[in-house]
Each structure stands twice: as C-alpha cells, then as structure tokens.
Design a protein around this ligand. Structure first.
Ligand SMILES: *Cc1c(COP(=O)(O)O)cnc(C)c1O
Length: 388
C-alpha cells in the first residue's frame, strides 16, 4: 500500500460507528466496567485498551494507528505537544549515569530539556556536528545510551547521515532517536534507515491548520513497551479535540505536503537568484551541502527552509517584514499559511558556531499561489532597498 492510501485509510472504522466517516470525539476520564471480572482484567498494558481517559480512547487510537502506519512503526502514542513527545522518547531510553549525544542543530527546547532536567537527574549530554556521520564513533562513551538526531535542523537545515549514525549507535549498544517533524513522516522513513524511536510535532504538518497541539512517538519491537510505560508514567496525554483534529489532518497531508514541497522549492530557487541573498538553506537545491544525502534518503521537501540575506539594519528589516501581506510572522509552521520570521541560531549552537554575516530568515511556504507569494517577497526586498 502506498503512503497516500495509508494516511486516508489507517486508523479508520466507519462501520464501527454507524457509517460515519470520522471517529467520534470521545471526552472521557472514567470508563465504566460492567462486571467485577472486566474491572479486574483491565490493566492498561497496551495502547489499545480503553480503561481510563488518560490512556487513550478510540479518538486517540485513530490518530495513533494512522501515524504508526505512516511511519511504518509497530505502535505510536499521542502526547499533548511535540515537546512532550520528545521528553517521552528521551525518558524511555535514559537513566541516571547515562550519556546522551544530541545534534547541535536540534530544536532549542530539546537542548534545554537535555541541559536542564536531564542534567539535574544525572544524565550527561554532549552535542555533535550535524555533518558528523560515522565519525560520531569518536564521541561515543562506554555509557552513551542514546543518540538524538533531527534532519534537517529546523533553523539551519543540515541533513544528517542517519544510516551511518544508526550503524555506529547500534555497534555500541545505543539507541537512535529521530525528530521527523520536518518531513511530516511523509518524505522520510527513519525506521528504514535504522532509527529505533521516531518523534514528531504533530502540531506542524499532521494537524496542518495551525490550531491544535499534538506530539507523536512511534516505536518498533522492544522499544514499544518502554515508550508505552513512559507515556503512562508521565501522564502527558493529548486532549480529545486536538486528537480529533490531528487524525483529521493526517487524511489530507499527502496532497498538502506535495504542494508545500513544490512551492517551497519554487520560492527557494527564486530567492537563490536574488541579488540581496547570500545563500538559501534548502536541501532540495543542488547547491546545498546536504543535497546528496537528501536525495538518497528523502522523497521530497516540506515547506520550511532558510534564506540568508545580506546584512540588514534593524530599520530595513522592519520595513521588509512589517509590510508583508501574505507571509505572517509567528512561531510554529506546517499550517496552510505562509510564514516568515527573522531568526538567529547563534545562541543555540555550541559545537559549530553560527558565524554567518547577514540576516537569516526562516520561511514556511504555505498553500497560497506561488506567484502571489513571490510578489509579496519581491515587494519586501524593494522596501529593504529603499530603507537601506
Ligand atoms: C515545533 C517543533 C517541536 C515541538 O512541537 P510542539 O508541538 O510545539 O511542542 C519539536 N521539534 C521540532 C523540529 C519542531 O519544529
């Protein structure tokens, strides 16, 4: 079965619900048992049992099953946010005395969790160059339990050599985790590249409409039980309405992501020819340092990429972004709307310092007409020139 079919069909059972296409939104805390025997048998040992609201309901199962099918996982759990999914995955693998390797380009709140709570509970973290493939071996310690990857990084867009990292990690008895938010789980299949646990901010492309928070953790084999038990221990479940929106969003993600891919590449190419642009950070461009790995491992690109423009004064930057009509300014991404935010990765890098001259902008290519988006960007560059 192809992914486009899988995201439409997996986790749906209309005829189990009067023929209604989407699952009902179950609001639940208490779940009643009819007999003493049923009560005593309900252990909540796996994600399929309906025993208490926090463990999940048929609404959550619909989302979890669809996501597990998309990633090619044995099971998935849904959490209240992408951040909560990351925390769940890390805590499923680590204990006091362990060492964790995190890619230097990781999502900043992931770094903060490693350097804050994990550190205070006795887990030591070191960071590694996103360009490191097999040479990650030199950073492995006898107590390295997990290697955390994110490809590409969501500010600087470096592609990692996941199969090489997975080989080294497994040789040394470590687990490899991947944050697969950028690809939506649609353009990259981390399990096929050797990853053990995949996390995603469903908030982004799965929800797809900028209106619900959702995290997902997918696992295979022996890791399923650890992930499930950690999910239960943390109690960080998704709310019923957000689970509903996420399972609805996943049904249309194939067509949305194809469009994000096309528009993102068109904008990236247009920007790469602009006189005020130093460099475009998009692995789909032939000139990008990650292009060969991206071509090998990915089947497409989502709509998120970076553009480094020539040094720009505060006033010129303000003139540029304040007059945008289609690109909104705000965090998160993956919705139908285009976004543009000035970003500065320098504060969140310790291994490979960000020392580029110029202003980095992060762009999310939404579902608007691409020529309209180009006109909006073109006008922004004109305002920049005028204010410079
Ligand atoms: C947004 C994001 C997250 C966190 O997701 P939330 O749902 O906002 O908590 C994690 N990883 C990446 C790469 C993200 O972009």
């Amino acid at each position: 079965m192809n992914d486009d079919t899988r995201v439409v069909t997996a986790g749906r059972d209309p005829h189990g619900n009067l023929g209604v296409v989407n699952p009902p939104v179950y609001h639940a805390s208490t779940v009643l048992f009819e007999t003493l025997e049923a009560l005593q048998q309900a252990r909540g040992k796996n994600p399929r049992e309906v025993v208490y609201g926090r463990n999940g309901t048929p609404t959550t199962h619909s989302l979890q099953d669809a996501y597990a099918a998309l990633e090619g996982a044995d099971m998935a759990v849904a959490t209240g946010s992408g951040k909560a999914a990351i925390v769940t995955a890390l805590l499923a693998c680590l204990e006091a005395g362990d060492h964790l390797l995190v890619v230097d380009s990781a999502y900043l709140p992931t770094r903060s969790f490693a350097c804050g709570i994990l550190r205070s509970f006795g887990v030591e973290t070191s960071f590694y160059d996103p360009a490191a493939g097999e040479d990650i071996a030199g950073l492995m310690r006898p107590n390295t339990r997990a290697v955390y990857t994110e490809s590409p990084g969501s500010l600087t867009f470096e592609i990692q050599d996941l199969p090489a990292i997975a080989r080294v990690a497994h040789d040394r008895g470590a687990v490899i985790i991947n944050d697969n938010t950028w690809s939506g789980g649609y353009f990259l299949k981390p399990f096929e590249l050797g990853v053990d646990i995949v996390v995603q901010a469903g908030t982004k492309y799965i929800v797809g409409h900028s209106d619900a928070m959702c995290g997902l953790v997918a696992a295979r084999g022996a890791w399923c039980e650890r992930v499930w038990n950690t999910f239960l221990a943390l109690g960080n479940c998704i709310g019923p309405d957000d689970a509903y929106l996420a399972q609805r969003g996943i049904r249309t993600m194939a067509v949305r992501l194809q469009r994000h891919h096309e528009t993102g590449l068109r904008l990236a190419r247009w920007l790469s020819h602009h006189g005020d642009v130093i460099r475009v950070l998009h692995p789909g461009l032939e000139s990008d340092p990650g292009h060969a790995l991206w071509q090998r491992d990915f089947t497409g690109a989502s709509g998120l990429f970076g553009v480094l423009i020539k040094p720009t004064s505060h006033d010129a930057l303000a003139a540029m972004v304040n007059g945008l009509t289609l690109f909104g300014m705000g965090w998160s991404w993956g919705g139908y709307e285009s976004l543009l935010v000035p970003v500065d990765p320098s504060a969140s890098r310790t291994v490979v310092p960000w020392e580029e001259e110029g202003q980095l902008l992060r762009i999310h290519a939404g579902l608007e007409d691409v020529e309209d988006l180009i006109a909006d960007l073109d006008a922004a560059f004109r305002r920049r020139s005028k204010a410079s």
